[in-house]
Design a protein around this ligand. Structure first.
Ligand code: ATP
Ligand code: LTN
Length: 330
């Protein structure tokens, strides 16, 4: 049987944090041995909000290097930059013509990002359609992502089914894949919102490239509560539960095992131990990142990735255009 096709993307909008790592990148690495994987740096998604051009270019290379630093092997997975495969934009337009403003205005991420504004950039509004194009362009079966992307995956499936209803066998209908532990890592200073690259307070997140001192500071000041018992209860104890989730995901211990380990201990003990676990997990990633980021191979790997991605995208785009009646038949 042919291997399953896997596709996912990360935006080059800042340093990748523990949420991105535990919700998404860890799955990317797990899947590279069992499936045909494409992992993309989605720079065209990044420009849905204003970006400094110089910084954007740097961040593209940062994310590509982090992909490898966390364990992705360019011999196993295709690593590439979205804007270097023009099929994403082409299919994005075609899918825009099959989607409705009503369904896009229900996207919670759009509503959150556009809060308080009267008018929104059109790209921000149609962002989920471009994401659907990313996925459908490769006949993808599985999309490993964090929980926050569930609604976007549903939209992608709806679009694929809608087009297939009109033009049978145009798209493969993909499924999302979510981690059991780590699918939604919360902010350290406000455990009711997700850990995010864009939050103002740098201590709300731990970036994969943070120094040991920064890791310590951010964890030691993380919000907990006044009840003092270490118990996994996301509803009533979101701060402590988030620390337990991170502990579990980084150490490989189950949540009950972590709870048992800290039975009778104080929040300070949990935090100190979490500092060590986090530093031990991130040090090798940081070291590998430093080697890869300025190596001469990085460009070659991304050139090769883009060429391989283009070769996979071409027959799919030809099929879509044929079904829609776009262009002259080849
Ligand atoms: P921002 O954090 O600024 O809102 P983002 O991190 O959501 O941006 P991406 O870089 O595109 O945007 O996300 C990459 C992957 O990380 C996605 O699969 C997303 O679902 C996942 N992810 C993002 N934040 C978290 C989180 N707090 N917990 C778990 N997974 C997350
Ligand atoms: N919207 C995603 C990033 C993304 C993506 C994709 C993820 C863009 N295209 C295709 C999976 C598949 C986010 O995490 N913000």
């Amino acid at each position: 049987m042919a291997k399953e096709r896997v596709f996912s993307g990360v935006q080059p909008t800042g340093n990748i944090h523990l949420g991105n790592y535990l919700g998404a990148l860890k799955q990317f690495v797990e899947l590279q041995d069992e499936a045909e994987c494409l992992y993309c740096v989605v720079d065209m998604h990044a420009i849905t909000v204003p970006q400094d051009p110089k910084e954007l270019r740097e961040h593209v290379l940062d994310v590509a290097s982090l992909y490898m630093a966390v364990g992705l092997d360019p011999k196993k997975a295709i690593l590439f930059v979205q804007s270097e495969v023009s099929g994403h934009a082409e299919l994005g337009w075609i899918l825009n013509c099959s989607s409705y403003t009503g369904e896009l205005s229900r996207m919670t991420q759009f509503k959150a990002k556009n809060k308080g504004r009267e008018s929104a950039p059109t790209g921000l509004f149609t962002y989920p359609v471009l994401m659907a194009a990313d996925i459908l362009l490769y006949d993808t079966n599985v999309v490993p992502v964090g929980n926050d992307q569930k609604q976007h995956i549903e939209l992608c499936r709806d679009l694929a089914l809608r087009v297939n209803h009109r033009f049978p066998d145009t798209f493969v209908v993909p499924e999302g894949r979510f981690m059991k532990s780590g699918a939604r890592i919360m902010s350290l200073d406000d455990p009711t919102s997700k850990m995010s690259k864009s939050a103002e307070n740098i201590h709300s997140r731990i970036s994969l490239l943070d120094t040991d001192a920064k890791i310590k500071k951010s964890i030691m000041r993380a919000t907990t509560d006044s009840d003092m018992t270490i118990r996994f209860d996301p509803e009533n104890k979101p701060g402590v539960s988030n620390l337990l989730t991170i502990y579990s995901a980084l150490s490989g211990m189950s949540i009950p095992e972590v709870e048992a380990k800290f039975d009778g201990a104080g929040y300070g003990d949990l935090k100190k131990s979490l500092v060590t676990v986090t530093q031990e997990a991130l040090t090798p990633i940081r070291d590998r990142f430093d080697q890869i980021r300025h190596s001469s191979e990085l460009d070659d790997i991304l050139d090769d990735g883009a060429a391989r991605a283009r070769a996979l995208a071409e027959p799919v785009l030809d099929r879509v255009k044929e079904h829609f009646g776009i262009g002259r038949l080849k």
